[in-house]
Design a protein around this ligand. Structure first.
Ligand code: PHE
Length: 497
């Protein structure tokens, strides 16, 4: 088909109205122009926004024919098609069925009811034609509906039941001149350009009014990842409680600082490659503080400071093995060692929030890398009561004020406690962290004075964040599968924290 140049719909419509005519029905006007109703509709919307034309919506629900019904309009109703297919001598059902397909079964019923067909006595298979002329009422009804005539309720119900018609809502418009009518719309300028200034035509041209009600473009600013948001909130709690941050910029750590200095025996299952990522290169650390290393070796092998030790043969090679740190308690240990070297001793409160790594199977609640929050207080004469009090302060600032503690075991703390908090939303107690008092076997070899205690606790950053944001799969929060839209649509305010 050759492309017909499409008419300038706006110009045609304005000229039509300008000549004094109106448009009672946009549908027929569109077809008189040879354009789709949609195309005309766009023009109408734009013109009525400027009140150049006045349009009145007309909505009507009409019955339209289904595809099946349109077939019957073209070829006759199934019963009529059936009768037409029967020759004077009659035809067998199989022959007719082959000829008519699905129309055969539908047509048989009505044709029999109307007594248009019959059967020979003793031969139920031969279909005979009983009338010469028939009046195809169904086809006529459908034709009438198609041309816009109305039909009785009974007819409509019947056609609806046979799925030959369906309701369709249509909208069209009645158009006349609007209060701002113009025979030709002027194109308004939107910007003063260099050209306008040079030619001086800016003095004559009309500019489009500013639309102060228009919505601005969304601003492409950065969005805060939930983990970073919660991290900052927690950081602020630590800072308000007088804690200072520890340097956490070493993901790679030696077994010595991650395990040995914490009085964790070299046979401990956590030191297995199933739980810990060991480095292939460099596989071993070069530097360890020799004096201190001797003391750590001694306390593992034979104890001291009131301890019996573990009584095994401590190996330096084991301590030198490099790994990805499995907890930020390695950071705390380095800090405490450093603190022990400063004389005279001064009490300290330290915190850190950073990444740790565990060789674990990844699932809805576990990742091989996550973030740990760690806090510690180092001072003379601290007790378990102090630890419980600090934890209550800390967690209630996080919005978790109902706490319970359960005795637990860590090689480096005694006593140790798991921390549970009652979650009002989930209506149950959830584990939120682990805590304890560092053992003398860990603190005294470092050189901390007798009588100095360290209370400490650790928790993951992901867990409270998931609870706060109602996220039940950790992979939606951290890692390559995170949906940026989730981050963009984060509420600015949350309940809790
Ligand atoms: N390191 C512990 C963990 O990884 C947390 C902890 C920190 C426990 C400090 C006691 C004291 O779960």
């Amino acid at each position: 088909m050759a492309d017909k140049p499409s008419p300038d719909v706006e110009a045609c419509l304005l000229a039509h109205l300008n000549s004094g005519s109106e448009v009672p029905d946009s549908r027929s006007y569109a077809s008189s122009l040879g354009v789709s109703h949609k195309e005309l509709e766009d023009v109408i919307k734009s013109l009525s926004a400027f009140r150049i034309v006045e349009s009145t919506d007309v909505t009507k629900e009409t019955w339209v024919l289904t595809e099946e019904a349109r077939g019957y309009v073209a070829n006759g109703s199934p019963e009529a098609q059936l009768v037409a297919a029967i020759p004077p001598e009659g035809a067998s059902k199989d022959v007719l069925k082959e000829k008519l397909g699905s129309v055969f079964d539908i047509g048989m019923k009505t044709a029999a009811k109307n007594k248009w067909i019959g059967f020979e006595k003793g031969n139920k298979d031969l279909v005979l034609r009983k009338v010469d002329n028939i009046k195809d009422e169904l086809q006529e009804q459908l034709k009438r509906l198609e041309s816009g005539e109305s039909a009785s309720d009974k007819v409509i119900d019947d056609l609806k039941r046979r799925k030959l018609i369906m309701k369709e809502k249509s909208i069209w418009y009645a158009l006349k001149k609007g209060p701002q009518f113009v025979a030709k719309r002027k194109k308004l300028a939107t910007d003063v350009t260099q050209e306008h200034l040079r030619s001086g035509d800016w003095k004559e041209i009309e500019f489009k009014d500013y639309n102060f009600g228009a919505q601005g473009q969304p601003i492409a600013v950065g969005y805060v990842q939930p983990l970073l948001e919660v991290r900052e909130a927690i950081e602020n709690i630590f800072l308000q409680m007088g804690f200072s941050e520890m340097p956490t910029n070493n993901f790679v750590e030696s077994s010595f600082w991650n395990f040995d200095a914490l009085f964790q025996p070299q046979q401990h299952p956590a030191r297995d490659s199933h739980d810990t990522f060991f480095l292939e290169a460099p596989a071993a650390t070069k530097q360890l503080p020799e004096d201190y290393l001797e003391k750590v070796k001694e306390v593992h092998q034979s104890g001291g400071y009131g301890s019996k030790g573990y009584g095994y043969d401590w190996k330096r090679e084991e301590a030198e093995k490099n790994l990805l740190r499995t907890h930020t308690t390695a950071v705390s240990t380095r800090m405490l060692y450093k603190l022990a070297q400063e004389k005279p001793f001064a009490p300290k409160r330290y915190y850190s929030i950073d990444r740790v790594f565990r060789n674990e199977a990844v699932d809805r609640t576990h990742l091989a890398e996550f973030h740990q929050i760690e806090g510690l207080i180092c001072d003379y004469g601290l007790t378990l009561g102090d630890l419980i009090g600090v934890l209550e302060d800390f967690f209630s600032s996080l919005g978790m004020s109902k706490l319970r503690f359960k005795p637990a075991y860590n090689p480096y703390t005694e006593p140790s406690m798991e921390i549970f908090s009652y979650h009002d939303g989930l209506k149950k107690w959830v584990e939120v962290g682990n805590s304890g008092m560092f053992r003398p076997e860990m603190l005294l070899p470092m050189g901390l004075p007798e009588g100095v205690n360290v209370i400490a606790w650790g928790l993951s950053l992901e867990r409270p964040t998931m609870i706060l944001y109602g996220i039940d799969n950790i992979r939606d929060l951290f890692g390559p599968k995170v949906d940026f839209n989730l981050i963009k649509s984060n509420p600015l305010c949350r309940l809790g924290l």
